[in-house]
Design a binder for this molecule. Structure first.
Ligand SMILES: NC(=O)c1ccc[n+]([C@@H]2O[C@H](COP(=O)([O-])OP(=O)(O)OC[C@H]3O[C@@H](n4cnc5c(N)ncnc54)[C@H](O)[C@@H]3O)[C@@H](O)[C@H]2O)c1
Length: 230
């Protein structure tokens, strides 16, 4: 029986990772927009991969369980990761890691009046994800599994191109122009990190988050992107 990769979000970053690691394996790709899953499955199947598309909404537990059932057992690539532009306090981190899900929505930090805009909501969601990865890695370690997350900076994909052309376009263009790398990244560079994490070379890495942003976060704190320098 083939090993199985469960992959959610049929986007460019997920595809780069699946192409790097998925040969010889069965790949199930779930997307809430089935057309995206179908399109990416077609590209990969025509390149010799074994990809089965399905509709899946990762905001629904039932839908995720359905995806798992479809794949049998395996490894999950979840493409959820994100920018880390803002340092949130240790107290918040502690709350996010230890509060039961049903109580989370009542936390002060998550009340609509305390969330400035959609970018702030995105940052909070991604920070929650990091803390969840840490907490889950402890539980899953007992079963021999490792869990890590990748936080990409600006990676050229349709999602990023939409952002370049949207209301925050100048903000993003300034961000990659003034980061140490001086350019946006590519999905294949994210796959380099995934390859380390998901193969034996990463055997000692679990509960960790990997920032791959061309140094944008460093510049935000110590370089030309620092708010007072703009
Ligand atoms: N591209 C970047 O610059 C960048 C930077 C940081 C983080 N990320 C994160 O990486 C991930 C993948 O990014 P990408 O640029 O490859 O995206 P993409 O736009 O190429 O693809 C994302 C896919 O996810 C699907 N999707 C959205 N909500 C879903 C849901 N609830 N359930 C199932 N599928 C859903 C969309 O239909 C789309 O097909 C995202 O989580 C994104 O936030 C991307």
């Amino acid at each position: 029986m083939k090993d199985v990769i469960l992959w959610t979000g049929a986007g460019q970053i997920g595809m780069a990772i699946a192409r790097r690691l998925g040969y010889g394996k069965k790949i199930v790709v779930g997307d809430k927009n089935i057309e995206n899953a179908n399109a990416i499955a077609k590209i990969m199947n025509e390149a010799g991969f074994d990809v089965e598309p399905m509709e899946c909404d990762i905001s629904s537990r039932e839908s995720i369980l359905h995806l798992i059932k479809k794949g049998g057992t395996g490894v999950t690539i979840s493409s959820q990761s994100g920018h880390r532009m803002e340092q949130l306090g240790a107290v918040i981190d502690e709350q996010l890691a230890t509060t039961p899900t049903e109580e989370l929505l009542n936390l002060d930090v998550l009340q609509p009046e305390n969330i400035k805009d959609t970018l702030h909501a995105y940052q909070l969601a991604k920070r929650c994800n990091e803390k969840r990865v840490m907490a889950e890695s402890v539980k899953w370690g007992e079963r021999g599994a490792r869990i890590n997350s990748i936080s990409p900076g600006i990676i050229v994909t349709p999602l990023a191109i939409d952002e370049f052309n949207g209301i925050r376009g100048d903000f993003y263009k300034n961000m990659f122009a003034k980061c140490p790398a001086g350019r946006p990244g590519t999905a294949d560079e994210v796959a380099n990190v995934a390859e380390l994490l998901m193969t034996d070379k990463g055997a000692f890495i679990t509960g960790a988050d990997f920032l791959i942003d061309g140094g944008a976060t460093a510049s935000y704190f110590y370089g030309p992107l620092k708010p007072e320098n703009n």
